[in-house]
Structure formats: C-alpha cells, structure tokens
Design a protein around this ligand. Structure first.
Ligand code: 5GP
Ligand code: MN
Ligand code: MN
Length: 346
C-alpha cells in the first residue's frame, strides 16, 4: 500500500512541481548515491524543479566528488521551505536531518530507508530492513515508475551499494545485491574506476594523519579467554596539523577494526571541545547498537554510533561500562543474539 502511495505521489506531480530530496547529515555513499541517483531518475521522468540537500557543512567528501547529479545539490539553508514533495534517503530518524527535519512534517513526504531502527517519521514509508542499502529501495521505486537505469543513475546506486556492503563483503551481500550490481554494471560503468575514486583516494596528509591516530590505538584485553576492545581517537588538532577535513576520518574505523585481538572496535572523532562522534564496530558476538542506544545513539548490530561528551577517556569509560555490563570485558560469555541486520557504514 505504501509503495502504491509513493508511486501515485510521484506520478501525479504537475509539470512545475518542486521536489526536494534530503539525506542524512555527514552523508555517506548510500545517502548521497541513493538520493542523487533517484533525483536523476526523476529528471528522466520529466521533473524539472529538483533540489537535493543535506544538513551540516555543504562540502561533498572527496570520495563522492565524482558522483553524477552533484549539480542538483543546494546548501541546506537555500533549500525550499515549502516544496510540493519531499523525499528522504538513508535516515533512520528525523534527528539525522538536523534543521531539515521540519520538511518531513508534511503529508507529501516519502521516506526511503533500510535501517531496522527507522522511527517511521514522514508520511509514506518505504523502509526495508533486509535491503543492503537505501539505493536498493530507490532502484525498486524507479523501476515501478518505469524509469530505466542509465549509466549515471547506475553509478550513483553502485557507489551506494558498494559502500554500504563494505565492497560486497558484509553478510547483507545477498544474491539480490549481486543481481542489482550486475544490472548497474551492465549500463557500462567501470567498477575499477569507481572503487579507486571512492575507496582508494586520499590526500597524503590524510595518510600521515592516519599514521598519528593509529599509532596511539589501545588494545584492552577481553573476558577470560575472550577478545577485547581496540580503540583510538582523533582530535581537531590532529586534523588541523595535517590540514584535513573531518570526513577523511570516516574510513579510520576500517583500519582499527582489523585487530584480531578485539571483538569490538571504536573510534572517537572530536567534533568540538568535549564532544565526540563515536563509531563502534563488532565482529559478531557483541551487539554494538545496544551500546550505542544506551549512550544516546543508534545503528546496526555490527555497526553503530553515538555522540559522546567529556574527555576521550571518559567516553571510552562509558563504552567500557556498557561492555562490562554485557560481560564482554570481564568474565562470562556473550551470546550472539539472533538475526543479522544489513550493515551500513553510515
Ligand atoms: P558510522 O560509525 O559509520 O558513522 O555509523 C555506523 C552506523 O551507526 C550507521 O548505521 C549510523 O546510522 C549509526 N550512527 C552513527 N552515529 C550515530 C548517531 O550519532 N546517532 C544514531 N542514532 N546513529 C548513529
Ligand atoms: Mn545506508
Ligand atoms: Mn548512511
């Protein structure tokens, strides 16, 4: 029923309708890729008045600067306040939309997402927790609208699904994901070029910055015979010293979580004095979304995050307390608890 409502809302648009597309703060490959790919699809459908936007600093992270459709982006404070239709991508809750959250308070809004924790904000909900990325939902909706994939749309959706599956490595990488990837690659896009741009491009200053931050990583032993916690932190001073923007730290957790001695990994990224954006990852035994929720954030079982306050040591102590309560860092066993959620790196 919600799919029919979404299709009707998009089919019934008048020629001069203004459509606003929004994705979550600190946009990742899925947020930008699903939003821009869908915007290009609407353009093919004849929708001419399109704006795409996200809250926070309007800079597009370097890995995504080659995405088609970037010309549709406008800064959040320039976005229409009363569009005829609002589409929201990859945001589990309205809090991920900052000052743009009020745009979803209209009956003319469609939310496309894949977070199990989606709070069902907005009017029409296309939320599939089994989808590996929001772009899977976006591709389905374009298909129902009769918009064929072209190479530009496909590049956006490919970046989205490749980033959210960790380059097709996570358990959410189902046959359907590879079938979608096959459809996307069949448009002529070059997976090698995209992977190099998105995953393997970093300024030299960022390479050095990673060196500093990885050098100070700490490993804490786990429960008797078990595995522990590996963590590190990056300050605003680290960024300034290497002249790097904050987003270069997004992939840092992937270097930290490799440590085989740890089940849980954590990176603290300083946002302001006494404020940290915290990334948590689990290898499977621990549900880090519980830790994140307990500390005011959210996410998936194996990838979650929250905003921490105080010193880095205080934030890590709060995480340690949650893990200890769950018998991860002290004695006792930690049972895995059931289903595997699709992972999402942002
Ligand atoms: P990342 O560590 O890559 O920033 O985020 C990993 C996962 O945790 C994503 O699914 C994201 O939605 C979630 N997440 C990260 N930070 C926050 C936060 O501050 N609040 C909430 N609710 N979820 C977060
Ligand atoms: Mn996603
Ligand atoms: Mn995301």
């Amino acid at each position: 029923a919600e799919w029919a409502a979404a299709v009707a809302a998009l089919r019934d648009l008048s020629a001069d309708a203004r459509v606003l597309l929004i994705c979550h703060v600190n946009p990742d490959g899925d947020a930008l890729g699903s939003m821009l790919g869908f915007a290009l699809g609407l353009h093919r459908l004849g929708v001419r008045r399109l704006q795409a936007t996200f809250p926070g600093p309007p800079e597009v992270p370097l890995p995504f600067q080659g995405l088609p459709g970037l010309d549709l982006l406008v800064p959040a404070d320039a976005a229409w306040t009363d569009p005829d239709l609002v589409l929201c991508f990859d945001a589990a809750s309205a809090s991920r939309l900052g000052p743009l959250a009020d745009r979803l308070l209209t009956a003319r809004s469609v939310v496309l997402d894949h977070h199990a924790s989606n709070t069902r904000f907005g009017a029409i909900h296309l939320v599939d927790p089994m989808a590996a990325a929001t772009s899977v939902v976006a591709e389905q909706l374009l298909d129902r609208l009769g918009v064929p994939l072209d190479r530009q749309i496909a590049e956006c959706f490919y970046v989205a699904v490749a980033t959210d599956t960790g380059s097709f490595r996570f358990d959410a990488t189902t046959p359907a994901v590879h079938e979608m990837a096959a459809r996307l690659i069949a448009t002529g896009l070059r997976p090698g070029d995209i992977a190099r741009r998105v995953f393997d491009s970093r300024p030299f200053g960022a390479v050095r910055l990673y060196g500093d931050v990885l050098q100070r990583a700490e490993l804490e032993p786990g429960a008797a015979g078990g595995r522990g916690l590996v963590w590190t932190y990056a300050t605003l001073d680290d960024l300034a010293r290497h002249d790097q923007p904050a987003y270069v730290l997004e992939a840092l957790i992937d270097s930290v979580r490799c440590a085989i001695e740890a089940d849980v990994s954590c990176v603290l990224k300083q946002v302001a004095a006494g404020e940290w954006a915290v990334s948590l990852r689990s290898k499977g035994a621990v549900d880090v979304s519980r830790v994140a929720v307990a500390l005011g954030g959210g996410g998936h079982r194996l990838a979650a995050g929250f905003t921490g306050y105080g010193s880095a040591a205080q934030v890590v102590e709060a995480i340690r307390a949650e893990l200890t309560g769950g018998d991860v860092l002290t004695g006792g066993s930690t049972p895995a608890d059931g289903g595997v959620f699709p992972e999402d790196q942002g």
